[in-house]
Design a protein around this ligand. Structure first.
Ligand SMILES: NC(=O)c1ccc[n+]([C@@H]2O[C@H](COP(=O)([O-])OP(=O)(O)OC[C@H]3O[C@@H](n4cnc5c(N)ncnc54)[C@H](O)[C@@H]3O)[C@@H](O)[C@H]2O)c1
Length: 338
């Protein structure tokens, strides 16, 4: 079978995960990696057989590149998507598409009108436990869904510079949870009510963000999602889900370092959750890239579309507005000008 020729832009935290995964796929050839700042000699030490360039334009112009993975900082996603679409390349882009809703909409429209496929990196959809929860929901195991609860807490603050350029907690972090809520519920959100606080580090407030947030999403049929976020959980990366329906409930707990339970005179102890996204979601990153490659090689639909990216971004914009204005915000207020 013909291999899919891929180029990767950005080999930081997430780019390296995708690169290592893609190098394991027999149906893929990683023809180039471009990173404007990563030292070439460092890269060559680790990946000696992969062509490396510090000039993304050079790689984008390579005719043999059929698809690109955009794993660069958020501010560079939009120009890269635009260039890739113009060159007819398929795209996998990390979240979010862009911090501007108008730009996101324009790019998603452009992708929808193009023959190239665009997939968004909402990797959590492909976590084996979350996939199983969705299958159970779709099979009717817990009946009609009434409430979904998502706990999503990071183990610690990212660098302040990252926070400044990330678009803030809702656009950078909770956007995964907004997508997860839509994905599990299979319905659209009509209203968002968020509250945000600075409880972890006052410097987060000084750069205009919050580090602790609570969001209620109201879906079209008046059912709810409740999402709590923190940038710092002292016990590690806390990723839990509960879906409640009229016939039962599904709970997805944290994945721990090991499953030993030690009981002694002080109590019953088990190990901490896996440290952060790289290990907690390792299987999901592998699965999502498999879906992307399958969609290209078998010409199947993309499992997380540009429209999904746009919808999660709209919810993030509504959440931020809700915090700033201290009131519930209707999705129609955000989409009115689009
Ligand atoms: N899906 C997830 O779980 C997940 C996790 C982390 C990050 N992300 C997203 O991935 C993106 C990257 O985040 P990260 O944490 O890997 O960042 P990072 O800073 O670790 O890595 C970014 C890399 O891109 C390179 N770079 C910067 N500008 C470039 C350009 N114009 N062209 C080519 N290379 C360029 C940098 O040198 C760096 O090596 C962000 O948009 C972030 O929101 C997603």
């Amino acid at each position: 079978m013909k291999k899919v020729n891929i180029a990767i832009f950005g080999v930081g935290r997430i780019g390296k995960i995708h690169l290592k995964n893609l190098l394991r796929f027999p149906g893929v050839s990683v023809v180039a990696v471009a990173d404007t700042h990563y030292p070439a000699e460092e890269f060559k030490k680790e990946f000696k057989d992969v062509f490396f360039s510090s000039n993304p334009d050079e790689v984008l112009a390579m005719p043999e590149v059929e698809a690109v993975l955009i794993c660069t900082p958020t501010s560079s996603h939009a120009p890269m998507i635009e260039l890739a679409l113009k060159s007819g390349k398929h795209i996998f882009c990390e979240k979010p598409v862009d911090l501007s809703l108008e730009r996101t909409k324009a790019l998603v429209d452009m992708a929808n009108q193009s023959s190239a496929k665009l997939m968004l990196g909402f990797n959590r959809r492909f976590d084996p436990d979350f996939l199983q929860a969705r299958r159970s929901i779709q099979a009717g195991r817990i009946g009609d869904i009434q409430i979904i609860k998502i706990t999503s807490r990071d183990p610690g603050l990212p660098p302040l510079d990252y926070i400044k350029n990330s678009g803030g907690l809702f656009m950078d972090m909770a956007i995964h949870d907004f997508d997860m809520a839509r994905y599990m519920m299979g319905k659209e959100v009509k209203e968002v009510y968020s509250r945000g606080l600075v409880l972890v580090d006052k410097q987060v407030g000084e750069v205009g963000d919050v580090d602790t947030a609570l969001t209620t999403l109201i879906f079209e049929d008046d059912t709810y999602a409740v999402i709590d976020n923190s940038r710092k959980a002292i016990y590690g990366y806390d990723q839990r889900l509960e879906v409640f329906g009229n016939k039962g409930m599904i709970q997805v707990d944290n994945n721990q370092h090991n499953r030993n339970v030690i009981s002694d005179a002080d109590g019953i102890h088990h190990s901490l959750p896996l440290d952060f996204f790289m290990d907690r979601y390792a299987a999901s990153y592998l699965n999502e890239i498999q879906f992307f490659i399958d969609a290209l090689s078998k010409n199947e639909p993309i499992p997380v579309s540009g429209n999904d990216g746009l919808k999660a971004t709209i919810i993030a914009v509504a959440a931020k507005k809700s915090v700033l204005e201290g009131r519930p915000v209707a999705i129609s207020e955000i989409t009115a000008g689009l």
